[in-house]
Design a protein around this ligand. Structure first.
Ligand code: SF4
Length: 416
């Protein structure tokens, strides 16, 4: 553990035991977003169970994710897992003509036996020649956070984007369709053409090149950002579009790049901002003055802390995040109140001690810590819900605030 000053705010860096959920989780929202893609995890029964429980109770006529289970013979190196994988993929593609893009997703077990899925993808692309593009990425979970699955997936996709030379704007990060449509409408009113990555269909991949400016919609896309920059794109510095202030700053960054006047921005966003402020009011009454402690989990912690402190009046006890990307978070960090305790990484026992000592009104954490904390009388919010729910933009600001207000209301009822 070490304390060090980075920029204006000191950061407590911890490297100890940590509680994480692996990147396979991202498949739950990615398969909804890319509507002709299939995600084939090459893993164990544990991976299959994780995916199933993260996806909740879903019944599909035509599921778009599955686990090819490595059995003991594969793990002992007694069978050729590559041959079996080829057979599974061929059967899948023959049965499902709707699939146009296939992601082979590696897991801890497939990585331990050194099954190289990038080579498998290249081999299958060569062999199948069927109009299905096969790609691979890692969803394994030993040293990752659950949102890194999306980052790895989009970084694998970035080299495949068509090239273009002209100026263009790209929004990067998987957003629910309803939110994407709202943003597209606002950009439309500003007269700014925008594309989204990932696209909803694999035959509509957005082009990228030296004229591309991109806006990150999610703070956990560092590998994707690097892959896009390799293609010549450049990032627009902005806060993340959570709450009124974040959404305004994010849209303004695009407007500045496109040369749109402040008056036109004001006219385009004013009605939505009024609605969002009104929607925040009831939650503000419940949350103002309450203390909150973030355990590192989703990588959304810094932007959410900024939103909760500046728009809802919450007091930040500690803002823990798995990785603190100084560049991508610079605008957010500048908006945090002075004196806030920021931590990066985790030493879970020490952090639990700090949380117990502070006794916050609300702790935001992964599923593994929620039950023990609740048992100790600390109200919790599962951070994974923040990724599974539509929370970006003006129209979702009230829902986002309510995700934090609801556990406090429930705890209040239980203690009556
Ligand atoms: S942590 Fe590893 S073994 Fe466990 S579900 Fe994730 S990929 Fe599978």
């Amino acid at each position: 553990m070490s304390g060090e000053a980075r920029g204006a705010l000191p950061v407590l860096r911890e490297r100890g035991q940590h509680e994480v959920f692996c990147g396979l989780t991202g498949i739950v929202w990615l398969h909804r977003k890319i509507q002709d893609a299939f995600f084939l995890v090459v893993g164990s029964r544990t991976c299959a169970h994780l995916l199933q429980s993260a996806a909740g109770v879903m019944i599909f006529a035509e599921p778009r994710f599955a686990t090819a289970i490595l059995d003991e013979r594969d793990l002992a190196g007694l069978a050729d897992a590559n041959d079996e994988l080829d057979r599974v993929v061929e059967r899948l593609i023959a049965r499902r003509p709707d699939i146009k893009m296939l992601f082979l997703v590696s897991s801890c077990p497939s990585e331990v036996i050194k099954l190289d899925l990038s080579r498998a993808a290249a081999r299958l692309n060569e062999r199948l020649r069927s109009g299905v593009r096969v790609l691979s990425y890692s969803g394994s979970g030993i040293e990752t956070t659950f949102t890194q699955g999306e980052d790895a997936c989009l970084a694998a996709l970035a080299p495949l984007l068509p090239r273009e030379e002209s100026r263009s704007l790209l929004v990067v990060g998987s957003l629910p369709d309803v939110v994407e449509d709202q943003f597209a409408r606002i950009f439309g009113e500003l007269g700014v053409a925008v594309r989204f990555f990932p696209a909803r269909r694999s035959d509509a991949l957005p082009p990228v090149g030296p004229g591309t400016a991109y806006l990150l919609a999610q703070p956990f896309l560092s590998a994707t950002a690097q892959a896009l920059e390799k293609r010549g794109a450049r990032r627009l510095a902005a806060p993340f579009p959570f709450g009124v202030e974040g959404t305004r700053g994010w849209i303004e960054a695009a407007a500045r790049w496109a040369g749109v006047s402040a008056e036109r921005v004001e006219a385009a966003v004013a009605p939505a901002e009024r609605r969002a402020r009104a929607a925040l009011e009831p939650a503000r009454e419940r949350l103002e003055g309450k203390t909150i402690f973030f355990f590192p989990d989703s990588q959304l912690e810094v932007p959410l802390a900024r939103f909760l402190s500046r728009e809802l009046g919450m007091k930040l006890v500690e803002v823990g995040t798995p990785f603190l990307h100084q560049e991508h978070l610079a605008t957010e960090l500048a908006l945090l109140p002075g004196g806030v305790r920021l931590s990066e990484g985790q030493d879970v026992e020490r952090q639990l001690d700090r949380c117990r000592a502070a006794r916050p009104d609300l702790a935001v954490c992964g599923l593994g810590l929620a039950n023990p904390l609740e048992r100790e009388g600390i109200t919790t919010k599962w951070s994974i819900e923040l990724v599974f729910s539509p929370v970006h933009g003006y129209e979702q600001a009230g829902d986002l605030a309510n995700l934090f207000a609801r556990p406090l209301v429930r705890a209040g009822r239980l203690s009556v």
